[in-house]
Ligand binder design. Structure first.
Ligand SMILES: Nc1nc2c(ncn2[C@@H]2O[C@@H]3COP(=O)(O)O[C@H]4[C@@H](O)[C@H](n5cnc6c(=O)[nH]c(N)nc65)O[C@@H]4COP(=O)(O)O[C@H]3[C@H]2O)c(=O)[nH]1
Length: 711
């Protein structure tokens, strides 16, 4: 029953309750009908017995059987009466009437025969009386024993036997009619219940089928039409509400999934694919390229001086630049190629089906050209360059890691070649990379092994010709590679964190040397020491300088600190405060390579700076480029207005010197005066006879200007 379908259950319930009620009603009706018939028959017999008793009582008293016989014969002539006996009080049959139909009935008194004794008759009458008491509703009332009284004294007995055939017939007919009625009602109930069941279960089944549709199609936008306003209607409403809620939740879920997907695979700043997605796509592209034997190129792009831009113009501007670069890079490649941002200022691209290295070079060239136009970042318009490394599949590598590593190596080579260029990967580059690793491990031991030396390059006052200071420039006497210039190891020491120890060593050596010159009465020549931006970030930089001055006994006025523009911008407040303290102690603060960064003169004014050193690229080009000439002129003019000392770096020719002098530059430094030389050699410039003469006696021909022999 429990597992039957709802339709059957409903049918069964309706039919069972209908039939049950009907059966009970029919039984009740039948019993009532039978009781009525029974009672009517009994009452008929009783009234007949009373009439017979009343009419035969006197005959019994006066012992007149013929009169009694005359009385009973017409009364007992009814069709339903089988026999009537009038008995005396002693048990003798006084009068009798037996209908012909009673022949087969084997009436008890007839069975006794005429010779029956009164005792046997009375016993038979008693038996009949008991039988009449045991007669049932459905068998009918077939006999009656009724005493006859005369003046309240029993004078005889009337025994009546009735025919129950009529009663049975009536009862049968009633049962038949009832059964027919029941059948008709059951049939009607069946149709009625089928209809009722359809009415109740139809909407539920419709709802069920809609639920199945929703669950199969996962389409939660489906809605069901409410069939009525009753409980089933409420059920429909509930179902619709549930679907709405699921749909809403699904939508939120989809949005969150999309967001997570975006976060997991895309760079939030540029919206380019991130490292994970790039690796994934490249792995797939490699698989396809291998099957279709195609050549694929992987390009690694790193912005030049991005850190300086971030430090000087702020991170917001740095972000704008990255966004702009991302959109420029995306504009060049085809839709099947992928541009990604790996992090920081590193971008990667893979281009499919490039055929050969020449085509890859064309793409790299196009990417390079993207940086020819300036970037408009808010208020500022700046020129940014990029170093690009290119590697080819399958020629240079077969796996994602291999290709990316080679593209990275090629990019480093592009940087080493002066930046703003692209380089195709060459197996020899790997050797350089290995060399770099070897150099790094050598560098770690170089301080201990005392392999560093300082060379000094003088700065000369253009008016007096005196050496104002000497710049300490470090060299590495590598046991295998010979003398290495700083550009071969300063960056490496910055990246490896060795710069702090190296700077401490340079500072101590330079200060010791300056103190020695002072003690030798060679004059009060300042010594200038370069502080790397990385070193400048140290919180104890001031203590480090003070401890060296303490240890060497050098007056702060004889120490000059050279820092780059980017170091200056790194941590405005802290840098400004630190420089102020150093300057208050008497040290000279110089800004090195001025003009290559992104700071303005008015910005520099906030810092306690004594000297600006114009970058040597401007000096180198000023004779042939009117733009560079204009920049030099502007820097000199503005620095003067801010009361700053101007030093021109990299002065190599007399023409440059003359030009700078005309423009009012204060000091020069460069090969024209001297290359960086040993401490003993530079001492020669301290004597007045070797000062730079204003009348054309430049020491370019001096032996001190002989070239160094760095590796
Ligand atoms: N073409 C040309 N070059 C000239 C001329 N006059 C001077 N130079 C070169 O210009 C560089 C001047 O130093 P810098 O601008 O501070 O640039 C320095 C400085 O930034 C860095 N450096 C050198 N020593 C140290 C150091 O002890 N610590 C730190 N942090 N950096 C250092 O390495 C850079 C390169 O140093 P060097 O190779 O010694 O190169 C020196 C010098 O040899 C010239 O007339 N023509």
């Amino acid at each position: 029953m429990r597992n039957l379908p709802l339709q059957r259950k409903l049918m069964l319930i309706i039919m069972l309750s209908c039939c049950g009620t009907l059966l009970a009603a029919s039984i009740f009706f039948l019993a009532r009908e039978a009781k009525g018939l029974y009672r009517a028959q009994r009452e008929d017999l009783v009234s007949l017995a009373e009439i017979i008793g009343a009419n035969t009582a006197s005959a019994l008293v006066f012992d007149d059987p013929e009169s009694a016989q005359r009385t009973i014969t017409p009364l007992a002539a009814k069709r339903s009466i089988l026999a009537v006996y009038v008995l005396t009080g002693e048990g003798q049959i006084f009068a009798r009437h037996v209908a012909p139909e009673a022949g087969n009935a084997e009436l008890p008194l007839e069975r006794l025969g005429p010779s029956a004794t009164p005792g046997a008759v009375l016993a038979a009458v008693e038996q009949i009386r008991r039988g009449s008491q045991g007669s049932s509703l459905f068998s009918g009332f077939d006999c009656l024993v009724q005493p006859v009284y005369f003046d309240y004294e029993r004078v005889g007995t009337v025994v009546i036997h009735a025919d129950t055939a009529e009663f049975q017939k009536n009862l049968r007919w009633t049962v038949m009619v009832t059964l027919l009625f029941m059948l008709a009602t059951v049939i009607a109930a069946y149709f009625f219940s089928a209809r009722l069941q359809r009415m109740i279960s139809g909407p539920l089944l419709d709802l069920l089928s809609s639920m199945k549709d929703v669950s199969a199609s996962k389409n939660f936008a489906i809605r069901v039409a409410k069939p009525s306003d009753d409980e089933i209607g409420l059920l429909y409403d509930g179902f619709n509400e549930m679907l709405s809620e699921i749909e809403e939740r699904n939508q939120i879920l989809r949005q969150r999934q999309a967001h997570l997907q975006q976060l997991a695979h895309y760079d939030p700043l540029t919206r380019l694919p991130n490292r994970t997605l790039f690796y994934d796509r490249l792995a797939q592209a490699l698989y396809q390229a291998e099957r279709s034997r195609q050549v694929l190129s992987v390009i690694f792009i790193d912005l030049d001086h991005f850190k300086d831009i971030n430090d000087t113009l702020g991170h917001r501007t740095g972000d704008l630049l990255l966004i702009d670069v991302a959109s420029r890079l995306s504009s060049v490649v085809r839709s099947c190629d992928t541009v990604a941002r790996l992090g920081g200022d590193e971008f990667t691209i893979f281009t499919q089906n490039v055929m050969n290295a020449d085509n890859a070079a064309i793409v790299a060239g196009k990417l390079n050209a993207l940086f020819a136009k300036p970037f408009q970042l808010g208020e500022s318009e700046i020129y940014v360059t990029a170093s690009i490394g290119v590697t080819l599949f399958p020629h240079d590598g077969k796996t994602v890691d291999e290709l990316l590593m080679n593209a990275d190596i090629a990019m480093y080579h592009a940087k080493a070649c002066g930046k703003n260029v692209y380089k195709l990967f060459d197996k020899k580059m790997n050797e350089h990379a290995n060399e770099r690793v070897t150099l790094l491990s050598d560098l770690r031991l170089a301080l201990e092994r005392e392999e560093f030396v300082l060379h000094y390059q003088p700065k000369v006052d253009l008016l007096t010709g005196n050496v104002t200071s000497v710049e300490a420039l470090v060299r590495w006497m590598h046991p295998r590679l010979g003398m290495l210039a700083p550009d071969k190891f300063i960056r490496l020491s910055e990246e490896s964190g060795l710069i702090a120890d190296l700077t401490d060593w340079v500072l101590r050596t330079a200060c010791t040397q300056a103190k020695k010159w002072q003690e030798q009465n060679l004059g009060s020549v300042r010594v200038a020491v370069n502080l790397s931006p990385y070193h400048f970030q140290r919180q104890d930089v001031k203590e480090a300088i003070f401890s060296v001055l303490d240890a060497t006994g050098l007056e702060p006025a004889l120490l000059e600190i050279e820092i780059t523009e980017s170091a200056l911008m790194q941590n405005d407040e802290y840098t400004c405060e630190l420089l102020r303290e150093l300057r208050e102690l008497g040290m000279t603060i110089s800004v090195d390579d001025f003009g290559t960064g992104y700071s303005s003169l008015s910005y520099l004014h906030r810092f306690p700076i004594n000297t600006l050193k114009i970058d040597r690229t401007f000096i180198l080009n000023m004779m042939k480029s009117s733009e560079d000439q204009a920049i030099v002129t502007a820097i000199i003019a503005m620095a003067k207005s801010l009361n700053m000392q101007i030093v021109a770096e990299g002065v190599e020719t007399v023409d440059q010197l003359e030009k700078l002098k005309d423009q009012g530059c204060h000091e020069i430094q460069g090969f024209l005066v001297s290359r960086p030389v040993t401490a003993e050699t530079v001492e020669q410039f301290f004597t007045p006879e070797n000062h730079l003469h204003q009348h054309g006696n430049y020491p370019a021909s001096h032996e001190a200007a002989a070239p160094e022999t760095p590796a």
